[in-house]
Design a protein around this ligand. Structure first.
Ligand SMILES: O=C(O)CCC(=O)C(=O)O
Ligand SMILES: [Fe+2]
Length: 246
């Protein structure tokens, strides 16, 4: 495992898993069931995106879980890396307490439009490439703009990540999906998956996940209702809790 590139908001690690761990994880990916992600609950999938396929099962592990029996060794390796990278993900247990593990297949013709993974308590994300070969002409690069797009720009809807990229004075970085490469980035960083070229000889296969703090909104909500309850009990008006922005 070696860090090959670092930006302000992203890191590229190559040769992330050893041969045994990689073989095990590829086996799990191959045996997984996939379904079209176009109409799934994943909000970043856009209508014009060719059908990427999402693993049906997402595994979620906590910040202090270590290795869970039955998990591929790679999951614990990723959890450890996430815990060791507070500059990207924040402090384990404090800024994040959950990491997800989902397999994805991007066949020729598929892509994923610009988005930033911001919101929902997300701190960052990782992508680990599992296909056995990837030629530079096959497309499917992860493009990212090394900027924080989570604060709205003048005259721009904060949800318009493609508009943010269009108006930026920086140029995006293209990360080739080299096998056994791990890319991780902070939430709020614009990124997209370039369309996989029709000539691609393999399916772009990855294990990806978000790293997040469990439901901060509902915590805020329950605090607000607790205050309302206290207010009702002592007869005073309870102030509304402000909604945190992330
Ligand atoms: O596969 C990639 O390179 C990025 C995937 C992604 O951005 C996501 O699933 O949120
Ligand atoms: Fe993403």
């Amino acid at each position: 495992m070696r860090i090959t590139q670092r930006g302000e908001r992203f890191t590229v690690v190559d040769d992330f898993l050893d041969d045994e761990e990689l073989a095990e994880l590829r086996g799990v990916a191959e045996r997984s069931a996939f379904s079209d992600a176009v109409n799934s609950t994943v909000s970043v999938i856009q209508a014009e995106d060719g059908a990427a396929r999402r693993g049906r099962r997402t595994v979620v592990r906590g910040a202090t879980d270590g290795r869970t029996a039955g998990d591929p060794a790679a999951y614990a390796r990723i959890l450890r890396l996430v815990a060791d990278e507070p500059a990207t993900f924040g402090v384990p247990g404090e800024d994040w307490d959950k990491t997800g593990f989902t397999f994805w297949n991007y066949p020729a013709g598929s892509r994923l439009g610009w988005h930033s993974d911001a919101g929902g308590g997300r701190q960052g994300s990782y992508i680990l490439f599992l296909h056995t070969e990837w030629r530079a002409s096959w497309g499917g690069e992860t493009l990212l703009l090394d900027e924080d797009a989570s604060k709205p720009r003048d005259g721009l809807d904060p949800a318009d990540v493609a508009g943010w990229v269009r108006d930026s004075d920086r140029v995006p970085v293209a990360v080739l999906p080299r096998p056994n490469r791990l890319l991780y980035l902070r939430a709020g960083t614009p990124h997209q998956v370039n369309r996989v070229d029709p000539t691609a000889g393999l399916v772009r296969t990855s294990l990806t996940g978000h790293v997040w703090k469990k439901l901060p909104e509902s915590v805020t909500e329950s605090r607000a209702s607790f205050r309302r309850l206290l207010g009702a009990l002592d007869g005073s008006a309870a102030p509304e809790a402000g909604r945190g922005t992330s």
